[in-house]
Design a protein around this ligand. Structure first.
Ligand SMILES: Cc1ncc(COP(=O)(O)O)c(C=O)c1O
Length: 442
């Protein structure tokens, strides 16, 4: 332990931390120096139960041997191969394995390094696809209020979280938004999918009528919205979006950055809801969060539309230096092996009923105004402190951390998404700790 303590930096100034209250943090730093399975070790030597799978990404739990070993081996064998006009075997092997797991209409994979890059890639594929199909007037992109699609310009343009957008100018042009589906007056404390709000998908028809289908390239939604504070799709909503998109020749993009890789109890949300998008955006759980990597899945129809013109010509002018990086590919293969060997991509389905019961048992805690859940996702919405929005949830986060539990908050909502290896006893521990936090006058 002393070695770990010695590695703690004594000057925190230079690092401008992402999505962090930097001044508060640097007065009261929270550092992790180790992790194993369901727990982090803090710099002051405490164990913290991971209630959030890192940032919705460590689905198999921490420091899993197959992943660590795959990275170690790959780093000693082939560290980097140019991604353009050249390749290496593992990137191809991984793509095939991903397609085997994916909904059956998915046929090809493009690699990225993050969820944000996967979103940009998907939007660009959609626009370019419409153009190569001779439908170049289809340039509009439709997102949704409260949607989160990462932090790059395309993603914040189709996204709908105001703090992520308002500082950054006029964003992409030609973007419109559907209304979000959060209707607490009708749906508060629903277990699973809400009854009310499926008809909100018809707002897409209104948008199509306003702009005309011939101007719209794609619609992008998270099947379950995560970063906005967990919004579960109302019954029938995603099916209806699919129908409307199909009717008007609009591509449907599912952003599965948090729902991908087992979060709901199926490999992807698309399979869980039985709704097939045309493009699927993933990252996070692809490598268990260990190495940055994302993957964008597309149908054969989309891919094949680009395969024209002289064969020596590049078909799609897009890609990253690190697309399909050998070490990331090895990490992803080690991750898929771990998921397969431990049946993790369907495990959430088995534990979801217990998770739901324990989560909703917090309903009687003070200031709890809604509880929502699906698969191994949970959210507890708190009544904001008058005049100090977000403070109550932030207090809960700090108290939970000090009590040995990692939760995530957004606004005044606590979001929970533990690694898929969580046991019943650890679920008990998580909710016992959270009850204590909520009861303690935050
Ligand atoms: C739905 C969704 N899309 C995109 C992203 C962005 O991913 P990244 O932070 O890897 O860029 C996230 C991250 O939380 C996400 O939840």
């Amino acid at each position: 332990m002393s070695n770990r303590l010695n590695s703690t930096p004594n000057d925190l100034r230079a690092f401008w931390m992402p999505f962090t209250a930097n001044r508060q943090y640097k007065k009261e730093p929270r550092l992790f120096v180790g992790a194993k399975d369901m727990h982090y070790t803090t710099h002051d030597g405490r164990q913290v139960l991971d209630g959030t799978a890192g940032l919705w990404c460590v689905n198999a739990g921490h420091c899993r041997p197959k992943i660590t070993e795959a990275i170690r081996e790959q780093a000693g064998e082939l560290d980097y191969a140019p991604a353009f006009q050249l390749g290496h075997p593992k990137a191809f092997e991984l793509a095939n394995r991903l397609i085997d797991l994916a909904p059956d209409n998915m046929a090809h994979v493009l690699y990225t390094n993050s969820g944000s890059e996967s979103v940009e890639t998907a939007l660009k594929v959609a626009l370019a696809y419409q153009r190569v199909k001779g439908q170049g007037s289809r340039t509009r992109l439709i997102g949704r209020e409260r949607g989160y699609h990462g932090v790059n310009f395309g993603g914040i343009s189709v996204g709908g979280i105001v703090s992520n957008r308002k500082m950054f100018g006029t964003l992409l042009t030609g973007v419109d938004h559907m209304p979000h589906t959060h209707q607490p007056a009708k749906n508060a404390f629903t277990k699973g999918m809400p009854e009310h709000g499926g008809d909100l998908a018809d707002e897409l028809e209104r948008i199509v009528t306003l702009h005309d289908a011939s101007t719209i390239a794609a619609v992008i939604v998270e099947p379950v919205s995560g970063s906005t504070g967990v919004l579960i799709p109302p019954k029938g909503y995603l099916q209806r979006l699919r129908e409307i998109c199909t009717k008007h020749g609009i591509l449907l993009i599912f952003d599965e950055v948090i729902t991908g890789f087992g979060r709901l109890g199926a490999p992807f949300a698309s399979q869980y809801f039985d709704v097939k998008p045309d493009i699927m955006v993933t990252a996070k759980g692809l490598t268990n969060g260990v190495i940055p990597m994302g993957a964008v899945f597309v149908t054969a129809e989309i891919h094949d539309a680009f395969m024209q013109g002289p064969e020596h010509m590049i078909e799609f002018f897009h890609g990253y230096t690190y697309s399909g990086n050998p070490i990331a590919s090895a990490a992803a293969l080690g991750t898929l092996d771990t998921y397969r060997d431990e049946n993790l991509l369907t495990r959430a389905a088995e534990i979801a009923p217990y998770w739901e019961e324990k989560l909703h048992s917090l309903r009687d805690c003070p200031n709890v105004i809604d509880i929502r859940n699906l698969g191994l996702i949970g959210a507890i919405e708190l009544k904001p402190i008058d005049g100090e929005p977000t403070k109550r949830a932030f207090n809960a986060f700090l108290n939970a951390y000090n009590d040995g539990l990692l939760i995530r908050t957004t606004g005044d909502i606590i979001a929970l998404s533990p690694p898929l290896i969580i046991t019943h006893e650890q679920i008990d521990e998580l909710f016992d700790k959270l009850r204590k936090v909520l009861m303690n006058n935050i």
